[in-house]
Design a protein around this ligand. Structure first.
Ligand code: ACO
Length: 498
């Protein structure tokens, strides 16, 4: 157990002036309160480490999935009912992973009034690589004002959609370690999810999430309750570095996802039971259950899968009480049931109410923007937060399942704090994301042909140098960073939309 950190850099907390900026409209400067409390606590193991503030960015343009069905010539309902998607956000050639991450970090820091000198660790999770060596984190350092502290640990982490969770775990570990110097950690995850035309294309999307991590958080990541499953699989990977598109084995990716979920859930339950005073974990242990969300239908099947796990673990009396009518499925196994229609149908039906209550609210962004890859799970957290009032969230417990093909996966949990001033910090966190609905509704719908042309342009221009983007900056949300050019040495320049 860490016994304390080294002294923070001179004046690192004294340098904080602002509290929350006008974007958050909080009555209390919550982060300022926190950092002063934190300064007096150096030397103790920090308490209630978790997420202090969040911001999400998604593109200003989208394509309607119903229109895309007609355009692609597939049967009506395949993308909307079959996959459970409504709209898909996408980026023109004006946006890349650097611009996405700059936009979300700039917005988070501005909205919370956080100074860059308060950040001691900056981690990026992404699978949208534009450079095999230079990290997105190093690009983000240009946001730090001249003269600001550059003693900032962390670089990028990559493993498909899991990199953001690895970045978050690194940040939490740093705050809880002997290396912590009292400053905040900043976690950024971003991706542009694009597929070659064909069956995977409607499961694309794009976006970025930034999170400030530290002690006394309103969203506390529960200690000692993380479980992981890591395995070699060629379900989705990007071996062709000249292309943005992955190689995908769709069926294997679903099987790998569900298999990883089973493994993580089993280990999470074991760890929870082994804790002092530990008890059996079931889906009933959580008020909300969030998943990495490639498409809504898989998420609904995943919640059903957890209930199927509970059913297989239950004793006869519980089966008779809670699962009557399903007894004949007792002989089914996890390994042989990934695509078993009887199991799927029975547990989708049995878990329908739980899905509506515990998971559906988290799919607002995933169904309207699509799979953002690394930010996907954290977009679910934002969606849950914007769907509730603070008093509906306080004291609740949230399970989060993160999956990245290849494969890496983890299940962990968050408790929404109830005391010690965290109420006002929760309100401040919620205020930061309170504009999500209005931003979603202010996006511009474009015809599928424009979307297809844009994908073709990205395909043809990816990694060209020198290159002058052809997209129109006037369609971007104000404040969005965008690429203005790539020179002959592949160096990228950016500007910010007004
Ligand atoms: N009306 C209603 N439902 C329909 C219709 C229709 N007209 N047509 C098809 N469907 C249903 C199908 O029955 C199926 O549902 P089911 O699985 O519950 O039976 C669903 O729509 C999808 O149809 P499929 O024929 O299975 O779709 P296809 O194989 O063409 O593609 C896939 C789906 C594999 C998910 C593809 O989009 C893909 O490869 N995506 C990328 C990989 C991915 O996202 N994997 C998830 C984890 S890894 C990651 O996050 C990247």
């Amino acid at each position: 157990m860490p016994t304390g950190g080294v002294a923070p850099p001179q004046g690192h907390s004294g340098g904080r002036r602002g509290g929350f900026g006008p974007g958050c409209q909080s009555r209390e400067p919550a982060l300022t309160v926190w950092i002063e409390t934190m300064a007096s606590e150096k030397g103790a193991w920090p308490e209630n480490v978790g997420i202090l503030a969040m911001e999400i960015y998604f593109p200003s343009q989208y394509v309607d999935q119903e229109e895309l069905e007609a355009f692609d010539g597939v049967s009506a309902g395949k993308y909307t009912i079959g996959l459970g998607q409504k709209r898909m956000g996408f980026c023109s050639d004006l946006e890349d992973i650097n611009s996405l991450c700059m936009t979300v970090v700039h917005n988070l820091m501005q909205k919370t009034g956080t100074e860059y000198s308060s950040v001691g660790r900056l981690e990026v999770g992404t699978e949208t690589l534009v450079d095999k060596s230079k990290s997105v984190k190093s690009v983000l350092m240009q946001l730090f004002p001249a003269g600001a502290e550059t003693d900032v640990e962390g670089v990028d982490t990559t493993n498909a959609c899991y990199g953001g969770t690895a970045a978050l775990f690194n940040a939490l570990n740093w705050v809880e370690s002997s290396s912590w110097d009292g400053r905040l950690a900043l976690v950024v995850c971003g991706d542009i999810a694009v597929y070659a035309s064909g069956s995977a294309r409607p499961t694309g999307g794009a976006g970025a999430v930034a999170m400030l991590v530290g002690p006394h958080a309103p969203l506390v990541v529960e200690r000692g309750l993380r479980s992981s499953h890591m395995q070699h699989a060629y379900d989705f990977y990007k071996p062709d570095l000249s292309s943005e598109y992955p190689v995908v084995d769709g069926r294997l990716s679903i099987q790998s996802y569900l298999g990883a979920l089973d493994q993580c859930y089993r280990r999470y339950r074991q760890k929870a039971a082994a804790r002092p005073g530990g008890s059996a974990v079931t889906v009933d242990s959580f008020d909300a259950v969030l998943f990495h969300s490639p498409f809504g239908k898989l998420v609904q099947k995943s919640l059903a899968r957890l209930v199927f796990n509970d059913f297989l673990q239950a004793d006869d009396a519980t089966v008779a009480e809670k699962y009557s009518g399903l007894e004949e499925l007792r002989g089914k196994t996890l390994e042989e049931s990934y695509f078993d229609r009887d199991v799927e149908k029975a547990f989708m039906e049995r878990s329908r109410d739980q899905f509506e209550k515990k998971t559906r609210p988290s799919l607002l962004l995933a169904s309207n923007v699509g799979n953002m890859y690394t930010p996907s799970l954290y977009s679910c957290l934002v969606s849950l937060l914007v769907s509730k009032k603070p008093d509906e969230l306080t004291g609740t417990r949230i399970a989060l399942f993160s999956y990245g093909s290849g494969l890496a996966s983890s299940l962990f949990s968050i408790r929404v704090a109830t005391s010690n001033g965290s109420g006002s910090r929760l309100e401040a966190l919620l205020a930061c994301v309170s504009d999500v609905m209005s931003r979603l509704e202010s996006r511009q719908k474009v015809p599928p042909q424009v979307f297809a042309d844009t994908m073709k342009l990205r395909e043809e221009s990816h990694h060209l140098a020198p290159y002058q983007p052809k997209g129109d900056p006037s369609v971007l949300f104000p404040g969005t960073y965008y690429l203005t050019g790539i020179d002959e040495k592949h160096r990228r320049q950016y500007s910010r939309a007004t």
